[in-house]
Design a protein around this ligand. Sequence first.
Ligand code: ADP
Ligand code: MG
Length: 360
Amino acid sequence: MARVAFANVDKFYGPVQALSDVSLEIEDGEFVVFVGPSGCGKSTLLRSVAGLESISSGVIAIGDREVTHVAPSDRGVAMVFQSYALYPHMTVRANMEFGMKINGVAAAERSARVAEAARVLQLEDLLERRPAQLSGGQRQRVAIGRAIVKEPQVFLFDEPLSNLDAKLRVQMRVELEALHEQLGATMIYVTHDQVEAMTMADKIVVLNEGRVEQVGPPMDLYNAPASEFVAGFIGAPSMNFLSVALVPGGDGDHVTYGAVRIPLGRTLGLALGHDGPLRLGIRPEHLRLTEAGAGTLDVDVEVTEALGGETYLYSRTGEGDRLVIKADGDTALSPGHKIGLALDPKRLHLFGADGRSLLT
Ligand code: ADP
Ligand code: MG
């Protein structure tokens, strides 16, 4: 097991800069998730740990060793891909043994490692099957088994669950978390799915256009997003944003949204209006329903989605902005209803013209 460190890593593909000045520390035994939209550089960063991509500048270390120019096979990492990448003509056992055979691991040791990985992954009854005789979830378990038998210092996962159906994805997510508990290994996991990031990570790294946008434990990113980008990416449905103006006051600042005055419950110490229009962020689950006229602002309900346990209300403000509200499952409101919304100042987020949070 080992820590992983990146210092000032840049990666160019011709004129395309895929990674910009990435500096990051991953602790020994940590489960770290790289998350962000498609094309933000997640796979490039992961593959640079494995040595499958050479970086343009900067330094990568695994454990106490700089590995920037070390061959992939000498880095002590094992990677699991979305596509499984199993040999179709080999049995499960042969697939798991193959890498060890290449590396000259003795037969008895190979058998012991396969037996142990098969036990951990509940593959014992499937060892003599070929990949075509397995379900998607079983194939992915074999791919993970092939990584385990390498006894790597660091496990690297690139969207390993994306090919599985929704129910199996949830099940495998829980299995991977249990595997991490059991092995205590350093794991780096790439996904575009913020739910996977929130549920699995000790530490989330949000990437945006090749840059590290924010690093922290899941609930820190949820409660205190450092930027509008992170705020909009973490949480579902996404945070609502309204363009507002800041009005400082003696007993606490407030923002104005059209004719509506919204107290912030604190003094920010910023100049009037700050530097341009600000963006107020409110999560759908932090909007509380009231009678029209009784809350901070009124909205018209346009669309309702009843999911059973909760109901999403798609509403519109008098200014024409859409606000999504996460309400109780038994909320009985039909399109056309006018409702009031109460806001808890402690739950509000505020972002400057540069997208950075003003409340942290
Ligand atoms: P992600 O995994 O977050 O979807 P990638 O790391 O695959 O993103 O890609 C980051 C950026 O680098 C994208 O703009 C992508 O088009 C570009 N890119 C990735 N691989 C290559 C390549 N082999 N050649 C050229 N551009 C690439
Ligand atoms: Mg990718």
